[in-house]
Design a protein around this ligand. Structure first.
Ligand code: ZN
Length: 745
């Protein structure tokens, strides 16, 4: 020891040891420094380095919020139910390509966790008023006043391949063949369950936002309407669609990844109206890819990471990027009426970018996923700041809009124009209707007047130049055909403002709305807000075009149901919400008229469930056509079973898995499940026979990266057995294919 009075002395050995240790430490520091620099240049860092050179990563910062994410199935019945979107009566479910999910995200204030925002993106055509009211009621009975109409946003992805039947207004009730309880229950239960999962998993975390452009994934499907907008306005934008994706990344305080929400404007109509398999379309495929990557080793639909690809101002945005062609002659039909020389508008369909709709879905979904991954990986702009939300119910039939000091206009009672019946290049209508119609047709007017009643002169004048096909706001039997009371809702998470719109805003409508909301925040002392539009929220009111686009009366304008000043009304209303949030006066906003709930019976045109029957000397689940003994990767393994109606398996809105692909493990005779029916590589087809007989065919499109080995395919169903005239039960059964070998190419 070296005391004050004693002279320090070291032996020669001690000196050598000390010098050696000092040298070793110096070398270690140099080596670690070099290692750190080389690792950092590759974008990685090891935890040991953090001790020496603190990095600005998640572990060193404080959480700003409590965050929760959750995903739950909301598929519902996959057979005999009309698919929601194209309004094509022939397009009913006949099986399943992928499951549909509700993805929920909760952000809560760290200091006061009763302040919350809930954002739900569900793989459905749109959120209906009935669905929202039932979800809010369930949330109220479960959580009291924690989740309310002002802080819960429900948004549909707008897939056109989900089951319909969850609407209370008569127009949708007619096109969906009634109020279909199994569909509605599956949606209500799935959405509430996803929120409950998020609620149970709240943890301290951080939010980051990023944005970037997605190329080669959209076209404007009404470019001639877009051109009606003022040249000075159009010249501010480089494209006739919004290519920007905004992405919100969620991580735990310790850096653990939780999930993401992205908003991007594209119609999920890569699957066209000839499809009969329930699926979540291009944006659902993007979710699938992201979640599969982050939930490694899990089956599709499982795992804690949740990636939502939510809708935005997609009103005039098609994913069918090769554009419209006449399906009979092959020539382009990119004209103001979208018509073909032979066959008219019914022949003019957009397609691409793939060889078929499955291919196109994958290409667009993959594009969206790849951009999201890049934005997610590079997201560095942190969101901080308080949470707020504002909501009003508004009678949209009766909104006065001050355009300027001297000019006041008014919205109209709902009505659909002639071009609504023409459909779009993503899904054509019927008969001789064409887009861009500014005059009615005496033949159809006559039929309408006889069957449904003539529109009043007031409504006609209010909607001009729209020729009215259905004056839905004046049709009230058996219940109103369209909503008058509509939700407007706005929520902020720090500098991010989410505008929840009740329909499909076109590109330019969305731009005007975002700009107006941003300006309102700016002028009330909250500059620099990032405003995103969440589409298809809360109640469905079809489309919202600009006033100028409205004049051209293509499909989107004919479907702008509250008349030419619909957009101006929404801009006024959402500015009011923004002002209330910026000035902390949202609690003083009048709540507005509560939406009605109609007492709708269970009358539907969906065929009633009958007793299932197996063919003579066969049982349910028996194989009718076997798999081959061997397949190469890239081929399609296919097996057909004696089946039963898939509706038996989801009768009460319950979740069900119809199939597995299983691999024989090398160590034992055990089978390991490697795919289920939520996979994009499996397809479940149901074909109905006569006298209660039916078949199920399962396809497995064997991916290139499949592990070689021995596999089998299994089917899980329920057959309906009559116990008495009024009583029946669903009996579970299963079937298994022979084993087959998957070999290399
Ligand atoms: Zn749409």
């Amino acid at each position: 020891m070296c005391g004050k009075r004693s002279k320090c002395s070291f032996s020669r050995l001690e000196v050598i040891l000390i010098v050696f240790l000092v040298l070793m430490m110096a070398v270690t520091v140099v080596l670690l420094t070099l290692h750190f620099l080389s690792e950092e240049s590759h974008g990685k860092c090891l935890s040991t380095n953090i001790l020496l050179f603190p990095l600005p990563d998640a572990t060193n910062e404080r959480a700003n919020y409590l965050l929760g994410v959750g995903r739950a199935d909301c598929t519902g019945p996959v057979a005999e139910i009309p698919l929601m979107g194209y309004a094509n009566p022939k397009q009913v479910g006949r099986g399943l390509l992928t499951h549909l999910y509700s993805r929920a995200f909760i952000v809560a204030d760290l200091d006061d966790d009763s302040r919350r925002i809930v954002f739900v993106s569900a793989d459905i055509g749109m959120v209906s008023q009935r669905l929202r009211l039932e979800v809010l009621e369930k949330l109220r009975s479960k959580y009291g006043a924690l989740y309310r109409q002002d802080n819960v946003i429900l948004s549909g992805t707008h897939t056109h391949s989900g089951p319909g039947g969850y609407f209370q207004y008569t127009l949708f009730w007619v096109t969906s063949k009634g109020l279909i309880r199994p569909t509605l229950n599956a949606l209500v239960n799935g959405i509430v369950k996803s929120i409950a999962i998020a609620h149970q998993n709240m943890r301290r975390g951080r939010l980051f936002v990023n944005r970037g452009t997605v190329e080669n994934s959209q076209i404007n499907r009404s470019p001639f309407s877009y051109l009606e907008n003022p040249a000075s306005e159009r010249s501010r934008y480089s494209s006739n669609t919004d290519k920007e994706m905004v992405l919100l990344k969620m991580v735990e305080e310790d850096g653990q990844e939780l999930g993401l929400i992205s908003w991007f404007a594209v119609h999920p109509v890569s699957m066209n109206n000839s499809n009969h398999l329930v699926n979540s379309d291009n944006v659902g495929y993007a979710s699938y890819l992201f979640e599969r990557e982050k939930n490694k080793g899990m089956l599709p639909g499982e795992g804690p990471f949740v990636a939502a690809f939510a809708s935005s101002n997609l009103g005039d945005v098609s994913p069918n990027t090769r554009g419209p062609f006449c399906s009979n002659t092959g020539e382009s039909c990119n004209n103001p009426q979208s018509t073909c020389p032979v066959g008219g508008a019914t022949m003019c369909m957009a397609r691409g970018p793939g060889g078929d709709m499955f291919d196109s879905t994958r290409i667009i979904g993959q594009n969206i996923y790849l951009k999201a991954r890049e934005l997610y990986d590079q997201a560095a702009q942190e969101i901080t700041g308080g949470l707020s939300s504002a909501h009003q119910w508004v009678n949209m039939s009766d909104v006065w809009v001050e355009l300027n000091a001297t000019h006041t206009v008014k919205t109209c009672k709902p009505a659909l124009g002639y071009s609504f019946a023409a459909g779009t290049i993503d899904g054509v209508g019927a008969f001789n209707f064409t887009q861009g119609a500014v005059e009615g047709d005496p033949f159809w007017d006559g039929i309408r007047d006889q069957l449904l009643g003539e529109p009043s002169n007031r409504t006609k004048a209010c909607h001009a130049p729209k020729p009215i096909l259905f004056s839905t706001g004046e049709m009230t039997r058996p219940h109103p055909w369209h909503p008058d009371v509509v939700d407007v809702q706005l929520a902020t998470i720090g500098s991010l403002a989410i505008v929840a719109v009740p329909g499909e805003f076109t590109t330019m409508s969305g731009r005007r709305l975002r700009e107006a909301v941003k300006k309102e925040f700016d002028s009330h002392g909250t500059p620099g807000m990032e405003v995103v539009i969440a589409g298809l929220c809360n109640v469905y009111t079809h489309y919202i075009t600009t006033y100028e686009e409205y004049q051209a009366q293509r499909y989107e304008a004919a479907s702008t149901i509250y008349g030419p000043h619909t957009l101006s009304a929404y801009i006024q209303l959402f500015r009011g919400l923004a002002r209330a949030l910026a000035t902390h006066t949202a609690q003083d906003l009048p709540p507005g008229p509560e939406p009605p709930i109609f007492n709708i019976g269970n009358l539907t045109l969906v065929p009633p469930l009958v007793a299932d029957r197996a063919p003579p000397s066969k049982a349910f689940g028996d194989v009718l056509r076997e798999v081959r003994r061997q397949y190469r990767v890239g081929e399609v393994a296919e097996v057909t079973f004696v089946g039963a109606n898939p509706r038996n398996s989801a009768e009460n809105g319950t979740e069900h898995n119809f199939l597995t692909v299983e691999r024989r493990t090398s160590t034992s005779e055990d089978w390991q499940v490697v795919q289920n029916d939520a996979s994009w590589d499996t397809r479940f087809y149901w074909s109905k026979g006569i006298f209660g007989q039916s078949k199920v065919t399962i396809e497995w499109h064997i991916p290139q990266d499949t592990e070689l080995g021995v596999y089998r395919i299994r089917y899980f169903g329920h057959y309906r057995k009559k116990l008495s005239i009024s009583k029946a039960v669903s009996v579970p059964f299963e079937g298994t294919s022979s084993a087959f070998e998957v070999t290399a190419l």
